[in-house]
Design a protein around this ligand. Structure first.
Ligand code: ADP
Ligand code: MG
Length: 261
């Protein structure tokens, strides 16, 4: 199979917080249509990497390019408009809005409706609203919580709130969907189900960056894996290559293996 093109390129990115180097000359790319796993022990720099990609932090040096275009100095909402959506390690939903409203907020971020259209409720606005509604329901169907669309987000179980977070990110119509430890706080069976959902989301046509510290979990779902440790990329490859990589085993798997026995 020919390699697909890079959607996002992280090019020699370093980010320092005072004396701490959270990312140290990290480079990798995310290719169209793949699920790339970004893994590493706690504190490795995974979330920092997301934050650089989504405009929350500026790289100290190096560059992130999306569709060939440098993201440096772009504001967060601009990056969302360009097509990068993310979820957060800690759930951030509008708890007093319904499930459907939470997703609609996402579709609005990308809507073409201008101020005057909205003000005078021109037909274009109504049409767009109807379209957003249909799209929002489709997305809720994909993530498996459509039946609960009219519930307040705060009434959902923790697992369904995580699903809603993913739905909301999907609603912006992103070219790249970044999920930061979406299975955090799940039991093993729930984690497995979430991985299946992520596959399904990819099969819908999304490119996915998946952060996870549970190595085994990403093995079955990702196409390629990038491993960070103390801010450095220590390995990159297929799940099988990563599993057999001595540096990864030493840094990371070794710990997991002991925990498991
Ligand atoms: N805003 C910040 N200010 C200072 N240090 C930070 C900041 N964000 C992250 N760090 C530090 O950078 C390192 C990497 O953190 P993080 O990217 O959250 O790791 P991970 O997501 O892999 O667990 C940690 O040592 C963390 O304390
Ligand atoms: Mg993190």
């Amino acid at each position: 199979m020919p390699e697909s093109r890079a959607v996002l390129e992280v090019d020699d990115v370093t980010i320092r917080f005072g004396g701490l180097t959270a990312l140290d000359s990290v480079s990798f790319e995310i290719r169209e249509g793949e699920i790339l796993g970004l893994i590493g022990p706690n504190g490795a720099g995974k979330t920092t990497c997301f934050n650089v990609m989504t405009g929350v932090y500026q790289a100290t040096s190096g560059q992130v390019r999306f569709d060939g275009r440098p993201l440096t100095k772009l504001k967060r909402h601009k990056i969302t408009q360009l097509g990068i959506a993310r979820t957060f390690q800690n759930i951030r939903l509008f708890k007093s809005m319904t499930v459907l409203e939470n997703v609609m907020v996402g579709t609005d971020a990308n809507s073409k409706v201008g101020f005057f259209d909205a003000l005078f409720r021109l037909p274009r606005h109504r049409r767009t609203e109807a379209e957003s509604l249909a799209r929002a329901k489709e997305i809720l169907e994909v993530v498996g919580i459509k039946a609960r669309y009219d519930e307040l987000a705060s009434n959902l179980s923790y697992g369904d709130q995580r699903r809603l977070e993913i739905a909301r990110a999907m609603a912006t119509g992103p070219k790249l969907l970044c999920l930061d430890e979406p299975a955090a706080g799940f039991n093993p069976a729930e984690k497995q189900k979430l991985m299946e959902l992520i596959r399904k989301v990819r099969d819908e046509g999304y490119t996915v960056l998946l952060i996870e510290h549970d190595m085994r979990l990403v093995m079955g779902v990702t196409d390629r894996i990038v491993v960070l440790e103390f801010g450095k990329k220590i390995a990159e490859g297929s799940p099988a290559e990563i599993r057999d990589n001595p540096a990864v085993i030493a840094a990371y798997l070794g710990v997991d293996e002991e925990d498991a026995s």
